[in-house]
Design a protein around this ligand. Structure first.
Ligand SMILES: Cc1ncc(COP(=O)(O)O)c(C=O)c1O
Length: 388
């Protein structure tokens, strides 16, 4: 079986194997990690090891905190403005796909939002150059989504926002490649892609941005309080943190983020090459912003797409259906997805397309299907999020 889920996603097998021990008898302590008090010495050790591995992986500068909390990345859509508007009342938001549109809609509840760029016209298949963004130098921060999990769009270069702190939802490409933390005021990621199980959210935040949270910020989500208490304002998601510690150690043992980036680049390259060289599959995303972790593509007709997904599943190629708000196929290639998995998918794609190609040529795929994908995405988004 190969799992291409967008999240909760595939975890490395050695991590799952070691977790079996932690489930029953952690390091001979006689305790399951699930039974440990979060304030006790055993979990204290796990937390310390998790933080230390994360700092090592990210090369985290000393003027940043790493916070562990609950609420998911969607929770951060509200918590970022609550914690980081710092009395300024306004922030910049880049709308580049499904998740940044949601982040923007949520932020509007807490302050005034300036949309610096909005790619919905292209059906979220491009990124507009930062020179065209309408940045506000008085904004408290500028929010981006480094990788749009649903649309398969990724920033390969970070925008320069000058003195305005850059804040990123990095949920789906966190730990998939090295990242220059110093470029950010803060970034956050929910765990269920490259970190571990759902239930844990990691926030990395620059120390000087703390201390001016809005008075309505719940204490359990106040970044300043979390930083001061080593994330122990209330009960931590202990099991999720334990699994994250195993994942971090696995990444370090495999060669760190450079190695993850190399593998992820290669997996994405062979899959995009297979799509582009085919006259059957189509990726609507512009070349310069194609995601290396969520590869989105379509087939010539909806019926063929359904047949593809159903047969793929029978063959053990699981969870390839695109995001519910969009149509199409999506292969998520997070760190635990092997090159073998991607090659097996490509072989299956060739096998599926071969007998069906003649039927498709009659429909002039590139002229019809491409516009259907893009227009559907655009109109669905307009209806749902009132972006127009
Ligand atoms: C980029 C991005 N942001 C936010 C979310 C929402 O995360 P959660 O469900 O953990 O709140 C997701 C979920 O897939 C995501 O991919």
């Amino acid at each position: 079986m190969f799992n291409f889920a967008a999240g909760p996603a595939s975890l490395p097998l050695p991590v799952l194997e070691e977790a079996k021990e932690g489930l029953i008898n952690w390091r001979g302590s006689g305790l399951s990690v699930l039974e440990m008090p979060f304030t006790g010495p055993e979990f204290g050790q796990i937390l310390e090891e998790t933080l230390s591995s994360l700092r090592q992986l990210l090369n985290l500068p000393s003027n940043y905190h790493a916070l562990f909390l609950q609420g998911g990345a969607y929770g951060q859509f509200a918590l970022i403005p609550m914690n980081l508007l710092r009395g300024k009342g306004k922030a910049d938001y880049a709308i580049t796909g499904h998740w940044s549109a949601r982040a923007t809609a949520e932020a509007r509840k807490y302050g005034s939002v300036n949309v610096v760029t909005d790619n919905s016209e292209s059906g979220f298949t491009t990124l507009l150059p930062v020179e065209s963004w309408t940045l506000d130098p008085g904004a408290a921060y500028c929010h981006i989504t480094t990788n749009e999990t649903a649309n398969g769009v990724q920033f390969h270069q970070l925008p320069d926002t000058g003195a305005v702190p850059l804040i990123a939802d990095a949920t789906s490409d966190f730990l998939s490649k090295p990242i220059d933390i110093a470029r950010f005021g803060a970034l956050y990621a929910s765990a269920q892609k490259n970190i571990g199980p759902a239930g844990l959210t990691i926030v990395i935040v620059r120390k000087d941005l703390l201390g001016d949270a809005s008075s309505i910020t719940p204490s359990v989500f106040n970044f300043g309080l979390l930083a001061a208490s080593n994330s122990k304002v209330n009960t931590l998601p202990t099991w999720a943190i334990y699994i994250a510690s195993l994942v971090f150690k696995w990444i370090l043992a495999e060669g760190g983020l450079e190695e993850m980036a190399k593998r992820n680049r290669n997996k994405a390259r062979i899959l995009y090459e297979a799509i582009d060289s085919s006259d059957f599959y189509h990726c609507p995303t512009a070349n310069d912003c194609r995601s290396r972790v969520n590869v989105v593509f379509g087939l010539p007709t909806k019926a063929l797409e359904e047949a593809f997904l159903s047969l793929a599943s029978e063959r053990g190629l699981l969870n390839l259906r695109g995001h519910a708000a969009l149509e199409g196929v999506r292969a998520s290639l997070y760190n635990a997805v092997s090159e073998e998995a991607v090659r097996t998918l490509i072989d299956f794609m060739d096998e599926f397309a071969a007998p069906r190609k003649r039927q498709v040529r009659r429909h002039s795929f590139s002229a019809i299907r491409k516009s259907v994908i893009v227009n559907d995405v655009t109109s669905k988004w307009r209806d749902k999020w009132e972006l127009a």
